[in-house]
Design a protein around this ligand. Structure first.
Ligand code: ADP
Ligand code: MG
Length: 307
């Protein structure tokens, strides 16, 4: 049904590999970085076998789409996404087409900037404990998946080993200074509001999302990935309900399959059957179609205050 999956670009790129994450690989091009989004898929913190065809292209395509749409709102790291411009740096460019992004090299700010418009996931778990999320008190009696009155900014300290750590805004100020912290919060809330509105027109709810920022000299730019299913929680409006665990638009077939097996989540996960892989590819393609399909609304030319 689709092209062969790419589980790594190692061996195809003639540049040093500087970071291999669960899904993406970073190569050092000197002045720039090369991000390759592979088709690897993770669930419950494990990278699974086999990779999912087309997934990397969807994730990279969505990032490219959103970086382009928001570039007048917040500048970002994108230089280009054209594999042909890489020339001899890559062998077999066809295998990498659609899954690369050449970016400016920024000094990463070690904070994950999370915005939540709905109370779910980790935010819901915090709220259940003490009625707060990252130190922000919320009204009593909220139900899981409820829309918040106002989106909230709930940062996390970036941790290269282990999980990121939820911190209060005051702690973020201590770590990076109050001026930079306020700047990142402002940009994050602005980006969320914008994407929420775009998604709404596509009958998708953007429940929460995560941004990373970096510094290019004095300039704050948006880096990493943007509004992908790996960094944001999208809900199909028709699946929205309070109190339940809402289907994730991307990995649901994988999660459902793994939960149907007797896998203990503490050992090598079972291999994904072909029908699960195919269903997952279809999910990713569908979310790409739904999000990027042009609408008759004027969002493509959206320009607000520029930071
Ligand atoms: N333009 C950029 N400049 C500097 N660092 C970047 C840039 N874009 C992304 N990064 C960093 O590259 C890394 C990408 O890793 P990622 O694929 O998210 O793997 P994981 O999160 O699983 O370690 C992250 O540490 C991110 O902060
Ligand atoms: Mg990451």
């Amino acid at each position: 049904m689709s092209t062969e999956a790419l589980s790594t670009a190692e061996g195809l790129v003639k540049a040093p590999l500087i970071h291999k994450g669960k899904v993406r690989e970073l190569y050092d091009l000197g002045e720039h970085l090369l991000i390759v989004v592979t088709d690897r898929i993770s669930a419950f913190d494990y990278v699974l076998d086999p990779a999912v065809p087309e997934k990397g292209k969807v994730l990279n395509g969505l990032s490219a789409f959103w970086f382009d749409k928001t570039k007048d709102l917040v500048p970002n790291h994108v230089v280009h996404t054209d594999v042909r411009k890489l020339g001899d740096l890559v062998s077999e460019p066809d295998k990498l087409a659609g899954r690369i992004m050449v970016t400016k090299k920024a000094k990463r700010i070690d904070i994950e900037c999370v915005v939540r418009g709905y109370i779910t996931g980790g935010g819901w778990r915090q709220y259940q404990k003490n009625g707060e999320v990252n130190g922000i008190p919320l009204p009593a009696g909220l139900r899981k998946n409820a829309k918040l009155e106002e989106p909230i900014f709930t940062p996390a300290g970036k941790n290269d080993v282990g999980h990121d750590e939820d911190i209060s805004f005051e702690e973020m100020e201590r770590r990076i200074g109050s001026e930079l912290a306020a700047g990142l919060r402002k940009r994050s809330l602005l980006l969320y509001d914008y994407a929420l509105a775009v998604c709404e027109h596509k009958s998708i709810i953007l429940a929460d999302c995560k941004f990373e920022f970096g510094l290019l000299g004095d300039e704050i730019i948006l880096i990493d990935e943007l509004f992908t299913p790996d960094s944001s929680r999208f809900w199909a409006e028709e699946k929205y309900e309070l109190d339940i665990e809402i289907d994730s638009m991307d990995k649901e077939p994988v999660r459902t399959y793994l939960l149907s097996t007797d896998w203990d989540r503490d050992s090598t996960p079972p291999r994904l059957p072909d029908d699960v892989v195919n269903a997952t590819t279809a999910r990713y393609q569908e979310i790409y179609r739904r999000l990027t399909e042009p609408t008759s609304y004027g969002f493509n030319t959206f320009q607000a205050v520029k930071y």
